[in-house]
Design a protein around this ligand. Structure first.
Ligand code: GUN
Length: 292
């Protein structure tokens, strides 16, 4: 194996220490404690673990964490009323609704209910639109964390070919926008691949950066890469494994062993992109509290 491991845990720890210092300073100077409300509907095991991790990270940074859990059969109107109450609550600077919502909910209606100035996920149409036109806004957490991880490699993204696999609103589309923007840590030529792309390797073989967010293990293998490429693996897949205490292990969308033979740097799963998503959420919440 030749690739350097892009250690998201380490970068996240450094950034969270800076964020915690920022929180302490805001408390001391203005008496304001940043507050994040996280809403979970239902009991999807992956979502439960993400929400728990977000609450813990929030408290560790010195922020107020308000966790709101609803059963799967809560009426959508009740969820929206809760969001509206949080929009008006001065102790809350960030509101996050964990996605995906259970079947029957309109994610669009629910996300639309979040006040854009408290939308620390960067999911509302106002913030998505601002990102697209390059206005100041809350950047979506996973894409922003991915840019930070690529920066760690020291690679100048400018002029490079970045291939993004997956066109979700949460990762694929916004990553493509951020990497293709004008400016620092951007200005790449971006190819956005998806399930309609007949042969991914046609594109990945010329890529300097591959971001794989397809939600499917083994989407990217070493033979699809150009030597020296940087691989960012966003996948978090649970694979049954009787040798593990929980009965499963986590794996990404990239085939780690074969990609690490060819890439110059690669994110592990777990410990790569995941910790950065939560870190950028804290970052946005602190920023929101500073804006007041
Ligand atoms: N589900 C998967 N990733 C995310 C995220 O970044 N934010 C929210 N709210 N839900 C998610």
């Amino acid at each position: 194996m030749s690739a350097a491991i892009l250690d998201g845990k380490k970068l996240a720890a450094q950034m969270r220490a800076e964020i915690a210092a920022g929180v302490a300073a805001l408390k001391a100077e203005k008496g304001v404690t940043p507050g994040l409300a996280v809403i979970l509907v239902g009991e999807n095991p992956a979502s439960v673990s993400y929400v728990t991790a977000k609450g813990k990270a929030c408290r560790e940074a010195g922020m107020l964490s308000r966790e709101i859990r609803f059963p799967v059969d809560i009426p959508e109107s009740r969820l929206i009323e809760t969001i509206e109450a949080l929009n008006a609550d001065p102790a809350i600077h960030g509101i996050l609704v964990q996605l995906p919502l259970p079947k029957g909910f309109s994610e669009k209606k629910v996300i639309d209910a979040i006040a854009p100035e408290k939308d620390v996920d960067g999911f509302t149409p106002v913030n998505v639109g601002k990102m697209l036109i390059g206005d100041d806004c809350f950047l979506p957490c996973t894409p922003h964390g991915i840019v930070k991880l690529i920066e760690v490699t020291g690679m100048d993204i400018q002029g490079k070919h970045a291939v993004v696999i997956g066109r979700s609103n949460i990762v694929g589309k916004p990553v493509a926008v951020l990497l293709s923007r004008k400016g620092r840590s951007a200005n790449a030529t971006v190819t956005l691949c998806h399930t309609g792309t007949p042969d991914l390797s046609v594109y990945t073989k010329t890529a300097d950066i591959v971001v794989v967010a397809a939600g499917r293990p083994h989407t990217l293998t070493g033979d699809m890469l150009k030597p020296g490429a940087v691989v960012i693996d966003v996948g978090v897949n649970r694979v049954p494994d009787a040798t593990k205490p929980k009965g499963y292990r986590l794996c990404g969308d990239a085939d780690y062993e074969s990609c690490a033979e060819v890439a110059s740097a690669i994110t592990p799963v777990p410990g790569g992109v995941g910790p950065m998503t939560i870190t950028m959420l804290l970052w946005n919440t602190l920023e929101s509290a500073r804006r007041g």
